[in-house]
Design a protein around this ligand. Structure first.
Ligand SMILES: [Zn+2]
Length: 353
């Protein structure tokens, strides 16, 4: 699955916002932000599902009286049978997500995650009779184990033997009740995202022939290199700082590109994060980036890069506008028969004069 919800950051509220989950989809309207105009557009165009990047409901609602635009959107969506789903930091953090798309638009190569996600991986060791090892391993892979970067089916297998004595009332797969038994076994080690733990446990227990399989999950201190915030990549050819900023301005149709002082060297390595990504500028500098691009930054975020790295910001909406392309590609590939419409409403609240 692409950008599963457990990849979202702790502060986020991605996922179903307003859900009539058993309704048949009549059409999908794609947007960055849900506003009343967007709900109106969905209704007028016969789309009963809105897929947005930014969650409509971010802070808990205590009442729905129509006092705020969020409450009015909730009311309007419910009255018109419109469901709303938001893919936010789960698609920001995904390999191939928002930041990969921005990197692609700028022609970056060798693109990698800038700040890989921590505390998100587990290691699983399971002990299996040799004859059942292939079946259990396959079941674990099918449940989502063994993916490292672009490699799948990764495991380490070591042969040994297990011992056990089956007690009264058991029905052992091998050996005899009441007698000490030795069985040739395989220990299979593999890796998985923490959020798949219960699914993997279920698959393991279903495939393992023993009544009481022995298995251990370990928390890993390794960062998850293919998931996380921002990306870093390289331009095929080093570019002049001013020329590259102009390319950014044109690519994103930005009303304004704000930036720190020119460093005076060519831009080759570029780090970026769509939206409000100023907090990752330090990571960009540590990664050796010549330029860090994000959507928005505060005044005090911009000190300490002078002479070291060019920081540019082009507007939150502008930086994330291509997210709608990703939505369209995924939905159209999975459900070619469903109508998918990109909004005609520009929801950017920021104007330039
Ligand atoms: Zn955003």
């Amino acid at each position: 699955m692409f950008a599963p919800l457990p990849l979202q950051d702790g502060f986020d509220n991605a996922g179903m916002q307003i859900g009539l989950t058993d309704a048949e989809i009549t059409g999908v309207l794609l947007c960055l932000d849900v506003t009343e105009d967007i709900v109106d557009e969905a209704v007028a165009s016969g789309c009963n599902l809105i897929v947005s990047h930014h969650p409509l409901i971010f802070s808990p609602l205590k009442r729905i009286t129509g006092a705020t635009y969020v409450e009015r959107c909730v009311m309007k969506a419910l009255q018109n049978g419109v469901s709303i789903y938001s893919a936010h930091t789960n698609i920001d953090n995904a390999s191939g997500g928002v930041n990969y798309r921005i990197a692609q638009k700028l022609g970056l190569e060798n693109v990698k995650i800038l700040v890989p996600k921590e505390n998100a991986l587990l290691k699983l060791s399971v002990y299996v009779p040799v004859a059942a090892a292939d079946a259990v391993r396959d079941a674990l892979f099918a449940a989502g184990c063994g993916n490292i970067g672009a490699y799948d089916s990764c495991s380490y297998n070591v042969a040994g033997y297990g011992t056990f004595r089956a007690g009264e009332g058991t029905n052992p797969f091998c050996g005899t009740v009441g007698e000490l038994h030795k069985e040739e076994e395989m220990r299979i080690d593999t890796i998985l995202p923490s959020y798949l733990k219960s699914r993997v446990t279920k698959a393991l227990l279903a495939a393992h022939p023993y009544e009481e399989p022995a298995y251990d999950f370990y928390s890993l201190a390794n960062a998850w290199e293919s998931v996380g915030a921002g990306v870093v990549g390289e331009l095929p050819e080093a570019a002049d700082e001013r020329d590259f900023l102009l390319k950014i301005k044109n690519t994103f149709a930005a009303g304004c590109v704000r930036h720190t002082s020119f460093v005076g060297k060519k831009v080759k390595k570029v780090a970026l994060c769509g939206g409000a990504g100023a907090s990752f500028a330090g990571a960009a500098l540590a990664a050796g980036a010549d330029l860090y691009l994000t959507g928005e930054a505060r005044y005090h975020d911009l000190f300490s890069y002078d002479g070291k790295m060019l920081v540019a910001f082009i507007g939150h909406y502008e930086s994330e506008q291509f997210t709608m392309e990703i939505f369209k590609e995924i939905i159209s590939a999975a459900h070619p028969d469903i109508k998918v419409k990109t909004t005609e409403v520009n929801t950017n609240p920021v104007q330039y004069m």
